[in-house]
Design a protein around this ligand. Structure first.
Ligand SMILES: Nc1nc2c(c(=O)[nH]1)N[C@H]1C(S)=C(S)[C@@H](COP(=O)(O)OP(=O)(O)OC[C@H]3O[C@@H](n4cnc5c(=O)[nH]c(N)nc54)[C@H](O)[C@@H]3O)O[C@H]1N2
Ligand SMILES: Nc1nc2c(c(=O)[nH]1)N[C@H]1C(S)=C(S)[C@@H](COP(=O)(O)OP(=O)(O)OC[C@H]3O[C@@H](n4cnc5c(=O)[nH]c(N)nc54)[C@H](O)[C@@H]3O)O[C@H]1N2
Ligand SMILES: [Mo]
Length: 785
């Protein structure tokens, strides 16, 4: 095994077997029952699951999809149950476990195995002599961090990562500590996720957030779902889509794959769905661009809207464009329209990878809609041209005034449950000067003014010896990130790596010279400070902010809350001259008072959180207030790029060059592997699979069931390869491949990022396939597709 390879996991039952049922349904119920038994949820207290997303319960640590009133009857969600059960597991990783297992030995375990060991119980420090993690006292741990941070000749030599589960309170205190320490180096998971949304939308509509609330879903007549797999990643969204479908709304899925949950859904909350073999039909139309084809597709739709408007004008019919909206609220339309008129249809069709008829059909559906919502996920954001794509989509919506109107709007669907909130409260490597001014004035210090490092630039800075200390508030940095071998070299070159974490993961094992594991409370657990239960607040994907109280007994008596860890790290490093860190950790309301002073929209924060369901933060673009330099929403013309790394590689290798997208299976939460099945895509007991079009397999001279090695094409002379992937025939457009993340992250070059967002291009990797020498882990893999 090469030094960056993780053992491939597969079970004796490994097989490929197409799934023929609606999404959710009985399969999901069965899963939930099995899961509860398997995880031995602490204390057998299954009420935990019923308190998920209830007004007096905790916010589901699964996804960022909002809840109805945050108070509906228990919203059933298979993957929410998995997330909760994983945190509430009765299994423990104690110091005795680490005494038995060296780091080298743990490195041979798969991510699935690491996850199975359970919750971490005590703070640990790496002992190089014995290659083991050994117990350390909390005070000593914070002293070690402080001594490293104080020793650095420049605060910019440290980087402070955040994963999107951190609460507003933990995140705000963290950024305050880090900025008082002196840097804006805040790499965070959103750099790899919806960054194209957050960086792209401010230029068109003035703010990098969605404009809809759940209420709008009740009034929409048309939904365009771009590059998203809700049945797996946002299961509660299916409930919303089901209602829309029942009402007769047109739902279009724009996705290279025909994802099951977008076809049919059997809602466990509706007996009729469960009794019928087909559930509820969700999408009426599937448009299937090639991977990375969305920009050209949307441009084609926008061009057609102009044509239809021209036709309407010529024949004296009602305009297709919302001319009033365009005149009153926007700038740049003429140049935008000229660019669309000049765009060639053959370029659009070739680059979108769909027939012209599909473009026209989508345009027809779009213009018939009186209230259109566009939602999007990672299928749009993890490409080189993602910023342009998100901007174009918002422009398409602006053409017919579909922003800031009831039942219409932009709906980026975020991933982590508080990833949006973390950014709102200051986890931002490129802060505005106005924010820094307010932060500095409130806490009486001069914040660092220069922009800091994002995820990719942090890894590069570590490789260049410029960043020596890494601190991670949650997440799994070493394996969620691209270019795994280089990232591991980077982490191993650090003087200190620190992980605030709930469960053992790969990042703890790929560590710096000194290394700490700091175990923390999960969101499901009771957080007592001085005998008083503390709540934390989070912001969902639709800008609803609400409070969350844990209700389980903590996994161990020796855990600290994230807030307490941040406060004590700050206290040890900076002392209490300017901020009484420990007082903030004793009463989170003080942190919220700080948020209210510094961040717009949080006035009376503590009071407003008392309302069940919380409050809407307010999104200016929703009210048709445009926070752009011109004060108007902006149309921006972008050309269809014909010189992307995919184009260049294809010029070199011809049709053998494939575009690989990396995606999530049904049994994982990002890098947390719950199981080895991907039920809706028919994969069981394994993860090292590669979905390919049968015609491509024939063209390449391969057959389903054969194993291949995958090599990326990148012009820096570095070999990027992963071995032994099982070829699975799949209904995927020609020239495209699909595989799971994180197994394929070694293929994503560090320098391959979205223009203007820095997001690794993990959904468009140029690759070549070769027959593999790797023995099939399971000899008899039945390929039934
Ligand atoms: N259970 C569970 N829930 C999760 C997560 C999890 O791992 N497990 N992760 C959370 C996080 S952090 C996030 S960001 C979200 C992610 O949720 P999603 O955005 O759904 O993420 P993915 O599964 O990566 O891929 C999304 C879809 O993009 C499609 N796609 C790939 N390439 C293209 C393309 O070029 N164009 C188009 N139109 N589509 C494309 C794929 O076929 C797939 O259906 O989910 C969150 N929720
Ligand atoms: N190739 C490829 N790469 C990708 C993606 C892709 O689609 N393809 N998706 C990207 C996306 S969208 C994202 S968001 C990133 C995800 O990147 P990360 O957010 O870094 O990764 P996660 O797997 O979500 O982190 C899981 C770990 O978080 C810790 N954890 C869980 N709950 C808590 C908690 O309450 N507190 C603390 N402190 N720790 C906790 C546990 O130790 C767990 O192992 O990955 C990105 N990487
Ligand atoms: Mo994400």
């Amino acid at each position: 095994m090469k030094n960056h390879e993780v053992r491939a996991e597969s079970s004796p039952e490994a097989r490929i077997e197409p799934y023929k049922h609606p999404a959710a349904g009985w399969g999901a119920l069965k899963y939930v029952a099995l899961n509860l038994l398997k995880e031995k949820v602490a204390g057998g207290n299954y009420r935990t699951l019923l308190k998920q997303n209830q007004p007096d319960g905790f916010d589901c640590p699964g996804c960022a999809w909002p809840d109805r009133e945050h108070a509906s009857t228990f919203e059933f969600c298979e993957n929410g149950v998995k997330a909760v059960a994983a945190e509430a597991t009765g299994k423990r990783v104690t110091p005795a476990f680490f005494a038995e297992h060296s780091v080298a030995e743990l490195m041979t375990q798969s991510d699935f195995e690491l996850e199975q060991h359970g919750r971490l119980t005590d703070p640990l420090v790496y002992d190089a002599l014995r290659d083991r993690y050994v117990p350390i006292g909390w005070d000593e741990a914070f002293e070690l961090i402080a001594s490293h941070l104080k020793r650095l000749d420049d605060p910019d030599r440290a980087a402070f990562y955040t994963s999107g589960r951190a609460s507003n309170e933990a995140a705000f205190l963290y950024q305050l500590f880090v900025r008082m320490y002196g840097t804006n180096n805040f790499p965070d998971c959103s750099n790899m996720c919806h960054e194209a949304t957050s960086r792209g939308l401010p230029h068109t509509v003035g703010i990098g957030k969605g404009t809809v609330t759940l209420d709008d879903f009740e009034h929409a007549d048309t939904l365009l779902i771009f590059g998203q797999n809700p049945a797996t990643n946002h299961p509660r969204m299916l409930g919303e889509l089901r209602e829309c479908a029942k009402r007769g709304a047109t739902i279009v899925s724009i996705n290279p794959l025909k994802e099951r949950g977008l076809e049919r859904f059997a809602s466990p909350q509706h007996a009729l769905d469960m009794l019928s073999p087909n559930g509820t039909k969700i999408s009426s139309v599937f448009i299937r661009p090639k991977v990375g084809g969305d920009f050209a597709l949307i441009k084609g739709v926008a061009k057609r809207v102009i044509e239809l408007d021209d036709e309407a004008l010529a024949s004296g019919l009602a305009r297709v464009l919302d001319v009033d909206f365009i005149a009153e609220h926007t700038v740049g339309f003429d140049a935008f329209a000229d660019d669309l008129r000049a765009e060639r249809w053959d370029t659009i069709v070739a680059e979108a990878g769909v027939p012209l008829d599909d473009v026209l059909k989508l345009a027809d559906i779009y213009v018939k809609g009186r209230a259109v919502i566009s939602t999007w996920g990672m299928g749009l954001t993890q490409h080189k041209n993602s910023v342009a794509t998100v901007q174009l989509l918002s422009n398409l919506m602006m053409m017919r005034g579909n922003i800031g109107r009831r039942g219409a709007g932009l709906c980026p669907v975020r991933g982590h449950s508080n990833v949006q909130g973390d950014r709102t409260v200051g986890i931002e490597e490129k802060p505005t000067q106005a924010f820094l001014d307010k932060l500095g004035a409130t806490y009486d210090f001069e914040p660092p003014r220069e922009h800091g490092l994002d995820v990719v630039n942090t890894i590069q800075a570590m490789l260049d010896g410029k960043v020596k200390v890494f601190i991670g508030l949650g997440g799994n940095f070493s394996i969620a990130t691209p270019d795994t071998p280089r990232t591991w070299d980077a982490m191993r070159a650090c003087d200190l790596t620190v992980h605030v974490t709930t469960k053992l993961n790969r990042s703890h094992l790929v560590h710096g010279r000194d290394a700490l594991i700091l175990p923390t409370l999960g969101r499901t657990e009771i957080d007592l400070q001085n005998g008083v239960a503390q709540g934390v607040s989070v912001e969902d994907s639709m800008s609803m902010v609400h409070i969350s109280y844990g209700m389980n007994k903590p996994a161990s008596d020796n855990l600290l809350s994230e807030v307490a860890i941040v406060a004590r790290m700050a206290q040890a490093t900076l002392g209490s001259g300017k901020v009484d860190w420990l007082a903030h950790a004793a009463n989170y309301a003080l942190i919220r008072d700080g948020i209210a002073k510094v961040i717009d929209g949080f006035d009376d924060y503590n009071e407003r959180l008392k309302k069940p369901g919380g409050f809407h933060l307010g999104v200016a673009s929703r009210d048709r207030v445009w926070k752009t330099p011109s004060g108007k929403a902006q149309f921006i013309a972008h050309a269809i790029a014909l010189d992307t790394p995919i184009h260049l590689a294809r010029q070199q290798y011809g049709e053998r060059l494939m575009t690989l997208m990396t995606t999530r299976s049904h049994d994982q939460y990002n890098t947390t592997i719950y199981g080895l099945d991907d039920r809706y895509r028919g994969v069981y007991g394994q993860r090292r699979v590669l979905f390919a079009n049968p015609d491509d397999l024939a063209m390449l001279g391969f057959a389903a069931g054969q194993r291949v090695d995958i090599t990326s094409v990148w012009a820096d002379g570095v070999e990027r390869r992963v071995d032994g992937f099982l070829l699975v025939e799949y209904d995927i457009p020609r020239g495209c491949l699909g595989a799971y993340y994180p197994e394929t992250n070694p293929l994503v070059p560090l320098s391959s990022v979205a223009d203007g967002a820095g997001t690794p291009t993990s959904k468009s990797i140029p690759v070549l396939l070769t027959a593999s020498a790797v023995e099939a882990a399971t000899a008899a893999v039945a390929v039934a597709l």
